[in-house]
Design a protein around this ligand. Sequence first.
Ligand code: HSE
Length: 428
Amino acid sequence: MKEVKVALLGAGTVGSAVVRLLQANAEEFNLRAGARLRVIGIAVRNLEAPRDPAIDRALLTTDAHAIIAQADIVIELMGGIEPAREYILAAFAAGASVVTGNKALLAEHGPELYDAAARAGVDLYYEAAVGGAVPVVYGLRESLAGDRVTHILGIVNGTTNYILDEMTTNGESFDAAVKKAQELGYAEADPSADVDGYDAAAKCAILASLAFHTRVQLSDVHTHGIRDITPEMIASAGRGGYVVKLVASAKRRANGIELYVGPTLIPAQHPLATVHGAYNAIVVEGEAADRLMFYGPGAGGNPTATAVLSDLVAAAHHRVHGGLAPRELAYGELPILPPAQARSRFQLSMDVADHVGVLSEVTGTFARHNVSISGVTQESPTADHLCRLTVTTHEALQADVEATIADLSAAAGPATVSTASFVRVEVA
Ligand code: HSE
């Protein structure tokens, strides 16, 4: 059997799981790849740090370039932009294929990497970048090459799904739920990448690029995190038949692509409403296939390692038998629509003065901005004579909804709006 030399960059949770699973099932992976997979070195920052017992310390090195130069396949699991980008480009220059799980790097520098892989005639695989074990990259790139995708709506960040689920199920505060997520190892000490939506936005850019054959970058994705979600908002959504989820949405419109990451009201009967804990789920709608759902563990060592290993097997198979992974396709060249041009159903919440004529003034403002209302609920006035109004709209232009809020907030009539906010609403 031919030998394929593998260099691993990074030996954290996922890297260690890759080594462990590869060792435990070596013969089977060799048979699948059609080659003997041999790890020739593992590049780490600190040689002395504690390591998983599966890691052979004799393979550890701080000289990534030395092992890249000898490798047939480089697995990059160090994360971050630099030096990961530099190492991957060095791997391509040396004729090696690359397997990576680096969503931030792909979302910011994907085109440079895809071009470099194509010029070198080698593979760039990245199943682990989105959805952990969930084969959604393969699904979009290969399985759905037979259809035209119209919408992707996904829970692609397990940490925030866990936090929102805790707040929903146990009525916990955001801070308490984050603390629990940190104790369980989901959230980092600095939880910003997850709770501010950046991790989901990077994944959104990757999925949208694949689905619409258009180059989409992290900065194209309008992103809002979950820091301002309260247990009260979640309870109020529940009374209306919704659950609050942080979703990534990429939608094909006649004039371009709408991209969005943010907290969204999901009807209780929608398949995403039943996704609990740190699980991921991505609903993909195709013109011909209709609605598909990819579901499973979106993070964690072993689940994510399975995605890396499947890419490793595919890349090794190509080294032995020839062939290449599908190239990046960017022929779509669809324009990215600004957030104000996005169309969605929305729910607006506002505190209004409890006076005669308030409702007519509020609904009149919606009408003036061409925003059609599908439902209104009013909660009893508080001691300071404010009522909480919740207004759900039919599909409307975000710019019109923002203009409605601006007008209501500035109104001098009886509808003195003290606070107003809006959130998107998905249809079941
Ligand atoms: N932190 C991510 C999540 C996993 O919580 O889903 C890695 O992207």
